[in-house]
Ligand binder design. Structure first.
Ligand code: ARG
Length: 458
């Protein structure tokens, strides 16, 4: 029988109950629900709202439920409306009337708001741990590739020489920001809604500071209407998760291109690739493609949350039950992607020679040739034009900037001497870019050291 049997003369229609219930997805918050209820019962006992003995009985009952759920001796009753009803009902089955006192000075509205925050706190910690692991792997690889020259691209056209380490460190910066964003969201989220009750607080003499402390919150929320209706944190975190997915999707896209025969910059490990059911020669980058695809799905979760919350009148509305599947889907998928991407990245072979070969084509030292002329006193715009003509000449004559002879160079400017070859050398072009943030090995090494410090302090 349902909790509100007093007011109703009939049982709920079966199909409507299935439609209305959320236990099939909110059952995963059983631990958070029990933890929250234990804190609530402790507070009720300490404040004299229920007797200390009853508080203890409730707490012990809740602990046995947790144990039995974890060891598989208790199964979820899928006809319950939600995890909150299920656990309260089970408690009353086990300890009798004392169980009926647990819901004093509480509502499912503040209960679900609490459970979801507790759940998200754990998820955020786990995702931050994974991001730190990913950053560690990226800097490990960076340390092996300070001198690995590759073309840097704009518009996916070869642009200027960089190193593989410099490339990896770009992603390190992105994932670093992701960690900082999650930490920041965590601070705003770490506020306790319990005690807001249905919407208007309570006349009981509850102690919301006590439950906040017991549950690891910085303090209680200061408005009960906001307490039960706020899902900003879910939107904010799912937005942070969407950005993580965008970063993973960008690196995935590059890996997809790089393992094609057109690039051949990397070779994926067999354990992280798949074959084709028909084409025997195929080795496909399914993992990275799936990560790229899942970014769309997490963005979808974010949009769902925004649309569910749009125009909802205060305080709780049942629409808000739709929040959980989106949040669970986003956190599950981000974790899955990170768990797969990290070892895949770790086992990838980087084909340095092919990267260098690609860097030698495409005139990526043309800017350096222009800078050479600037150093000889020519204004940059003029130098740019001269080198443009040299590149056009080289293309017509199937040459590169290194194979054009000095006599040919002289036709474009008699300021060009033998030292041009040294100046446009790719290694020099990279090593001279010592500007903060640039690809010079010594600069990237400093960056790696900074990040190691960051990982220790975060
Ligand atoms: N299952 C509900 C949810 O997920 C719990 C809160 C129900 N509150 C209510 N007043 N019906 O949102």
């Amino acid at each position: 029988m349902v909790m509100w049997e007093g007011r109703f003369k009939k049982e709920i229609d079966k199909r409507t109950n299935d439609f209305n219930s959320s236990i099939r997805f909110d059952k995963r918050m059983y631990k958070e629900d029990i933890t929250g209820s234990i804190a609530h019962a402790t507070m009720l006992g300490k404040c004299g709202i229920i007797s200390e003995q009853e508080s203890e009985k409730i707490i012990n009952g809740l602990k046995t439920i947790l144990k039995d759920l974890e060891n598989g001796e208790l199964e979820f009753d899928m006809t319950s409306e939600d995890i909150h009803m299920f656990i309260e009902g089970e408690l009353t089955k086990r300890i009798g009337d004392s169980g009926k006192r647990l819901h004093t000075a509480r509502s499912r509205n503040d209960q679900v708001a609490l459970d979801l925050r507790l759940y998200m706190k754990n998820e955020i910690s786990e995702i931050i741990k994974l991001l730190k692991q990913l950053i560690s792997e990226l800097i490990n690889q960076a340390e092996k590739h300070y001198e690995t020259i590759m073309p840097g691209y704009t518009h996916l056209q070869r642009a200027q020489p960089i190193t593989l380490a410099h490339y990896f460190m770009a992603y390190v910066e992105m994932f670093k920001r992701d960690i900082l964003r999650l930490k920041d969201a965590y601070k705003r989220m770490n506020i306790n809604p319990l005690g807001s009750c249905a919407l208007a607080g309570t006349t009981y003499n509850t102690d919301r500071y006590m439950t906040s402390k017991l549950l690891g919150f910085d303090g209680p929320c200061l408005n009960s209407l906001d307490g039960v209706s706020d899902r900003d944190y879910a939107i904010e975190i799912t937005s942070d998760l969407s950005i993580i997915m965008m970063h993973l999707s960008r690196i995935s896209e590059e890996f997809i291109m790089w393992c094609s025969h057109e690039f051949k910059f990397i070779e994926l490990d067999d354990a992280f690739s798949t074959g084709s059911s028909i084409m025997p020669q195929k080795k496909n980058p399914d993992i990275t493609e799936l990560i790229r695809g899942k970014s769309g799905r997490v963005y979808g979760d974010l949009i769902s949350l925004l649309v569910v919350m749009k125009s909802l009148p205060l305080a709780y509305d049942k629409d808000m039950q739709e929040d959980k599947e989106a949040i669970f889907d986003a956190t599950d998928n981000v974790k899955m992607c990170l768990y797969t991407f990290i070892p895949m990245f770790n086992t990838t072979t980087f084909l340095k020679d092919n990267m260098l070969k690609a860097a030698k084509k495409g005139f990526i030292n043309a800017t350096d040739a222009a800078d050479y002329l600037v150093k000889k006193g020519i204004p940059f715009r003029t130098a740019y034009k001269i080198v443009g003509s040299i590149v056009a000449y080289a293309i017509d004559n199937d040459k590169t900037l290194d194979t054009i002879t000095i006599d040919e160079y002289k036709q474009f400017s008699d300021l060009i001497d033998e030292d041009i070859y040294e100046y446009i050398d790719l290694k020099k072009a990279v090593c001279d870019r010592t500007v903060v943030g640039g690809p010079a090995p010594e600069t990237v090494k400093k960056h790696v050291e900074e990040i190691k410090k960051f990982l220790e302090t975060i």
